[in-house]
Design a protein around this ligand. Sequence first.
Ligand code: NAP
Length: 534
Amino acid sequence: MSITHPVRTDVVVVGAGFTGIYMVHKAHELGLSVVGIERGQGVGGTWYWNRYPGLRCDVESLDYSYSFSEEIQQEWTWTEKFPAQPDILAYLEFVANKLDVTKDFRFNTEVTGAQWNEQTSRWLVATSAGEIDTKYIVWGTGILSTPKIPNIPGMDTFEGELLNTATWPHAPVSFAGKKVAVLGTGSSGIQVIPIAAETAEHLYVLQRTPSYSLPARNRPLAPERVAEVKARYGDYRAEARSSMLGAVTETLDQPFSVMGEDLARSELERNYEYGSPMRFASAVVDTIADDDANAFVSAFAKAKIRSRVNDPAIADKLIPDYRIATRRLCIDTNYYETFNRENVTLVDLRDEELIAMTPTGFTTTAGEYEVDMFILATGFDAVTGTLSRLDIRGRGGASLKEKWSHSPSTYMGLAVAGFPNMFVATGPGSPAPLSNVVVSIETHVEWIAGMLARLEADHVTSFEATAESEQEWTAHVNEVSDSTLMRFSDSWYTGTNVAGKPRVNVVYLGGCAPYEARLKEIAAEGYRGFTLTT
Ligand code: NAP
């Protein structure tokens, strides 16, 4: 009988997206052995899986990229204001090759669970390709990596093409001459809908909750603009890192009560013309903090939507009735104008309920629709969904899934009491979901690497966030959230898009820069809030 021993390593990094690539590189720099695990066939993470036509990031390319290497940021050249998915994927492949980390990943490999061993103070990580015995584990599984599949009766009987924006096929998909339905009008739906409408015979947009969306005004990046930023990239990055959202927004930084309506309107107009959700949301700095400010900004955005739709009755249906920016503010190219086309029908699921899918289409309380293709753009079981599907067992066999089913609590959005030697990059309670996530990722990876260096130098065998520090941080995250209008948010920010999830804001709203300052203080104070065992 042959016995297979687990592979032994210092660090396991799960995920080959922005986090995993940089974390593996950092492990190399520290002289630690590292194994990366990735279920896709290549690097890219989010940008590997989501590849529907029209997908581009809503953070500008000059911001949405690593800042840690001057060589990389000088060598790579972005060509558009907002990067398209193929460009981001190509960028991540370029960085992974440049850092020589691709070889450290096991692709097509799924992690199924991880178990903390009290005796050895190490993790045993179970994967589809065998076990790995590791001192540390870093989850770089991202915030939007588990698609939410709606439970529509009869979905498995549909005989046409059933697609999901979050797991889009690698082979080209044609809408030409087809009757197509898109379910979901969040960021993903809003991007794929105008493209599908261009060639589909007919497009049905199934909307339950309308989103606020702004024209992206995507355009080629002028070479002079790229050169200008590259010439001072260090300063540009520092400005982004010292901001609330992790990106340069050029805000006046004044609350609505100080600005007054005229200035607020002209700042909203300026940022609307620029085209950027972060800039628009920062134009009136207390948009998600003050009801009057929010009402003013919401009214501005509603009027803009109305101006883009020919039929006022359809415009009424497309205009949201919730406070702007308490759900994701979207950007689009011709989204609202798509509803002016003859071949597009808005199916408002608030007027007619979606009952079922059939072999040839779908039925609502208003009737039957025949379609050849049905696209799910229904979002994600975000932030905690991926790790909660794995069997992760910490001290005393405690289950992470069970723990987070009550409250997704962490210390500083990256460590969990009861789960020693484990980091959750961009975890619940970090600013990541509302920030330029690359900045949030760099903040986490660099801080984790700093802590690993210290642990190794001091021969620490295990570290763990204390229950008190976790409780205090989670209470602070909730307190900040409750002091804003985000307490009214029904979305993946608060887990309400998935049945059975606790209603808790998973985003730390205190801002990127204050958050990083706090992390630095914790490190400077000998990793306050952690127990270190030597
Ligand atoms: P999402 O924002 O959660 O939107 C999902 C949509 O599907 C919503 O309209 C939702 O309606 C609808 N839906 C879900 N289940 C449904 C059901 N059973 N019946 C009817 N409608 C249903 O998901 P997403 O569009 O994939 O975006 C998720 C996040 O990914 C974004 O917030 C953003 O952070 C990121 N993203 C970014 C970009 C970009 O950078 N441009 C692009 C894509 C995604 P309800 O609200 O009524 O549930």
